[in-house]
Structures are given as structure tokens and as C-alpha cells.
Design a protein around this ligand. Structure first.
Ligand SMILES: Nc1ncnc2c1ncn2[C@@H]1O[C@H](COP(=O)(O)O)[C@@H](OP(=O)(O)O)[C@H]1O
Ligand SMILES: [Mg+2]
Ligand SMILES: [Mg+2]
Ligand SMILES: [Mg+2]
Length: 311
């Protein structure tokens, strides 16, 4: 009986199932070829895949958990009207449902939860054909902290018995850990992952002072955090405003469940309550361990931190 399962675990298990469906929507829009691009701002786009995936996620979660606060990247009109029945997901992931809920989350109520939804992270890369960078992000926060999250990669390919399977879904739950992939230790040298499509002079300055062996420029906050978890990069550095709460909630939840840390460039945690402003004004600094995070934070000069704090 799923009703005996604590709420946070049920929301996470449903989010895994919903993210899988949203990932299929993202693939279907691309194969149809009609992206329906809308320009939201400078270097900021929305496609039919962003809109449709968000409708699927919000409608499905709201139907199951009516009092949970759900905040999505795309604007309100995207969430109105009827939703096709095959977009209304009622299933939940069985493996996740069987997880042991941490004691401090066992009596959480719907009203205490804020879910931050990024239906398609890496939209710029999606429109430019860098499909591996694309993720669907569902972050679950309680008392302003990300406690659980899902990062779904619609274009990740695996072969099973000679058959190609598209998509994989990574989850994390505070005190329990992560699943859906195999974590790997960080590389031996300092490899930084950063933005591909939203750089500026401050972003470049921070990269310069880090003096890294290599810099990987890829799309999406979700994909960059996956690179940390899979040992492809040591630190995620983005010394600029631009990311929003829905970009970092799920990645922070998964990363911290794996022992890592995601903060702003000053080393402070973002808060994910329902009244929080959306922008992450002071950038993103993340690493797969607290030691690496601290090492990177110490390398950032005070004047750069001040420049971001005073923006
Ligand atoms: N200057 C900016 N303007 C708008 N969005 C920005 C931005 N900088 C970062 N972002 C958003 O933050 C996410 C990660 O950015 P990046 O790939 O550059 O690291 C992307 O999310 P979306 O693709 O979901 O919009 C991107 O749009
Ligand atoms: Mg966007
Ligand atoms: Mg995003
Ligand atoms: Mg997005």
C-alpha cells in the first residue's frame, strides 16, 4: 500500500515516473521537428518541448498532491486548460517507493513541500542539437532546503540485450543516497564545468583565477552536476546571475545526497521556500565533495565575490 509510504518518498517516486514521461515529450517534439521557439529574453528561449513537458509534470503532480506548492519555469498560461490523458501520469517508481524515508522527513505534509520544476534544462543546447546536455529537473524542497530530486536525461542511450534504450533517470534523497546511475570519484586534475551559452566577462574572470587543467563548456545546470557525479569534472563554476531556483533545486538535492555541495559563489546556500525570488543572483559553485567545494571557494578572490554580491 503506497498510502503507508511517507509523503516525501511518494512525491519523489511520482516525480521519477513523471520525468520519464516528460523526457519522451521532449524527444517527440524534436522528432516532429516543430520546435515552436519563443524568445523570452536575451539568449533565453522556450520551445514546445519546454511548454508541453511542464504541462505534463505540473498537471500530474498537482492531481496527486493538490496542496503541494509547485513552481515551474515556464509562465502561467502554459499550465492552463485540459491536459491530454496520456500526459496525466499516476504511476510511481517502485524502487523509489521502497526507500526508507529519513526520520526528519517522515511527517512532512503537502503544505510543507515546494517542488521546483525545470521541464527542459539546456533549452539553448536543445535547439542547437547538443541533445545529451538536455535534462528534465524536478526538485523537492522542505523548510527551504532541497531534500530530494530527479535529473532525467532524455537522450542518454543504453543498450540492453541488443536493444537501444533512450533516457535515464537519476534520483537523490537526503540521507539515503542516489540511484539510477553509477557515481564515480572526481578526476585527479582540476577540471571545471561551466556554461556554454551564457558566458560574460565575470564568468571568464572566475574561470581564469581557478587555473584549471581543463574547462568543459556544456549546457544546463542538471548536466553539469551529472558531470560532477560521474567523475568527468571536479567543480561547477558559474560566476554570474542567470540561473534560477528551478535550475539548481534538483541538482543540489541529488548532489548533496551523494555527499557534494552546491552554493552560490560566496559559499552560501540558496533557499527554496515558496516566497523566494526566482533568480540565483550570486552564481553557482558546486562540487562532488565538501573538501573540493571549499578548495574552489578559497580560490575565488574577494573582489570577484564582491562584484557578484553588489550586482
Ligand atoms: N544569462 C542568462 N539568462 C537566462 N537564463 C540563464 C542565464 N544564465 C543561465 N541561465 C539558465 O540557467 C540554466 C543553465 O545555464 P547554462 O546552460 O548556461 O549553464 C539554463 O536553464 P534553461 O535552459 O532551463 O533555461 C539557462 O537558461
Ligand atoms: Mg529556460
Ligand atoms: Mg534550466
Ligand atoms: Mg528550462
Amino acid at each position: 500500500m503506497t498510502s503507508n509510504v511517507p509523503l516525501v518518498v511518494r512525491v519523489l517516486a511520482s516525480s521519477v515516473a513523471v520525468a520519464n514521461r516528460a523526457g519522451k515529450i521532449v524527444r517527440d517534439v524534436m522528432s516532429k521537428g516543430e520546435l515552436g521557439i519563443i524568445v523570452k529574453g536575451k539568449n533565453d528561449y522556450q520551445t514546445e518541448a519546454d511548454r508541453s513537458a511542464q504541462r505534463c509534470i505540473i498537471a500530474s503532480l498537482a492531481a496527486q498532491f493538490p496542496k503541494v506548492n509547485i513552481i515551474g519555469e515556464e509562465d502561467g498560461s502554459t499550465n492552463e486548460g485540459e491536459v491530454a490523458s496520456d500526459w496525466l501520469i499516476t504511476e510511481a517508481d517502485k524502487e523509489v517507493l521502497s526507500l526508507e524515508c529519513p526520520v526528519n522527513l517522515q511527517s512532512v505534509k503537502e503544505e510543507d513541500i515546494v517542488v521546483w520544476v525545470d521541464p527542459l534544462d539546456g533549452t539553448a543546447e536543445y535547439t542547437q542539437g547538443f541533445l545529451e546536455h538536455v535534462t528534465v529537473l524536478i526538485g523537492i524542497s522542505v523548510n527551504e532546503k532541497p531534500v530530494a530530486g530527479v535529473i532525467h536525461q532524455p537522450y542518454y542511450k543504453t543498450m540492453l540485450n541488443g536493444e537501444k534504450i533512450m533516457g535515464r533517470t537519476i534520483w537523490g534523497l537526503q540521507e539515503v543516497g542516489v540511484g539510477g546511475f553509477t557515481p564515480a570519484p572526481p578526476p585527479d586534475s582540476l577540471i571545471i564545468t561551466t556554461t556554454r551559452s551564457h558566458s560574460n566577462p565575470l564568468v571568464e574572470k572566475a574561470l581564469q583565477v581557478m587555473d584549471a587543467a581543463e574547462i568543459l563548456r556544456v549546457g544546463g545546470a542538471g548536466y553539469k552536476v551529472l558531470q560532477l557525479l560521474e567523475g568527468k569534472a571536479s567543480v561547477y563554476v558559474f560566476a554570474s546571475p542567470g540561473c534560477k531556483k528551478w535550475d539548481t533545486c534538483a541538482p543540489e538535492a541529488v548532489l548533496s545526497a551523494a555527499g557534494g555541495q552546491l552554493t552560490d559563489m560566496l559559499g552560501d546556500f540558496y533557499k527554496y521556500g515558496k516566497a523566494e525570488l526566482y533568480p540565483n543572483k550570486t552564481g553557482v559553485l558546486a562540487a562532488v565533495s565538501k573538501e573540493l567545494h571549499n578548495y574552489a571557494l578559497k580560490k575565488i578572490p574577494q573582489e570577484l565575490k564582491d562584484a557578484l554580491a553588489n550586482k
